[in-house]
Every structure is written in C-alpha cells, then in structure tokens.
Ligand binder design. Structure first.
Ligand code: HEM
Length: 124
C-alpha cells in the first residue's frame, strides 16, 4: 500500500508547498514578526519535515527534533484567531497553487484546518 506522501509526490511536493507557504508568511504583517528572521531556512525545514513525517514519509523530523508536541512548541507564540486565520490563509494559498488530485486536496485541507484550530492558545 502506498502512503499519502508517496501518492502526492514525495519530498518535492512538500518542498514546494512549504516554499509557497513561507513566501506568503514573508509578506504577512501578523505572522512575519513571529518567525525567526535569522532562521527562516530552519523554520521551513522543520515544517517540511514534520509534514512529510505526518503523511507517511521519512521520520527525519522526530529523529532530529523528538516528539512533535506541536501545541507545546507553539506555546511561546501568541496564537489568537487572527493569527490562526493569517496562518491558514498562507497555507491555503500555497495548497491552491499546487496541482493534486481532489481526494488528496480534501484530505490535506481537512487536516490543516483541524491542526490550525488546535494551535490557538490565546483568547480573542
Ligand atoms: C495556527 C497558527 C500557527 C502559527 C501562528 C504558527 C507559528 C509558528 C511559529 C512562529 C513557529 C516557529 C518557527 C520555527 O522556528 O520553526 C512555528 C513552528 C512550527 N509550526 Fe507552527 N504555527 C501555526 C500552526 C501550525 C500548524 C497547524 C502546524 C502543523 C500542521 C504547524 C507546524 C509547525 C512546526 C512543525 C513547527 C516547528 C516545530 C519545531 O520543531 O520546533 N504550525 N509555528
């Protein structure tokens, strides 16, 4: 049985997706100040490797970073509904730019929406 990671195009797909995402973050007034200016390559690598691992690709993220614990790792950032929506807009834009089968798009979008809602840690 093939994994979502393989079906969607493997590492190349995630490199392009994350690149589209961070191109949008770079011009977003809420998100840009939250991300580490001096380590955007590192931030892109972490998100890419996490997503690859989540979708059945190599376990490089956990080998390098340990258990994802994403809510805990986001605790240092104030994520209210506005930040969540800004993040989602960047990711949805990046997803829209990519070609993929609808069945994959729906799966990806459902997960991304669920995950983004679960990262909110501030009242609005
Ligand atoms: C809801 C709004 C969100 C905001 C504002 C946000 C913001 C951030 C920021 C500022 C970082 C630090 C960048 C770095 O140096 O790595 C980060 C890291 C990260 N984010 Fe998010 N994030 C959000 C949602 C998500 C979601 C939904 C996911 C997963 C689907 C995710 C996955 C990650 C990962 C994997 C890292 C790196 C963690 C590590 O290994 O240190 N984020 N996020």
């Amino acid at each position: 049985m093939s994994t979502f990671y393989e079906e969607i195009g493997g590492e190349d797909f995630f490199v392009e997706l994350v690149s589209g995402f961070y191109a949008r973050v770079a011009t977003d007034s809420i998100l840009r100040p939250m991300y580490p200016e001096s380590d955007m390559k590192g931030a892109a690598w972490r998100l890419q490797k996490f997503l690859e691992q989540y979708w059945g690709g190599p376990g490089t993220y956990s080998e390098e970073r340990g258990h994802p614990r994403l809510r805990m790792r986001h605790a240092e950032f104030a994520i209210d509904l506005a930040a969540r929506d800004a993040w989602l807009a960047c990711m949805m834009g990046a997803i829209e730019d990519m070609e993929m089968q609808e069945i994959h798009r729906n799966q990806l979008v459902s997960y991304i929406e669920m995950a983004a809602h679960s990262m909110v840690n501030q009242p609005s």
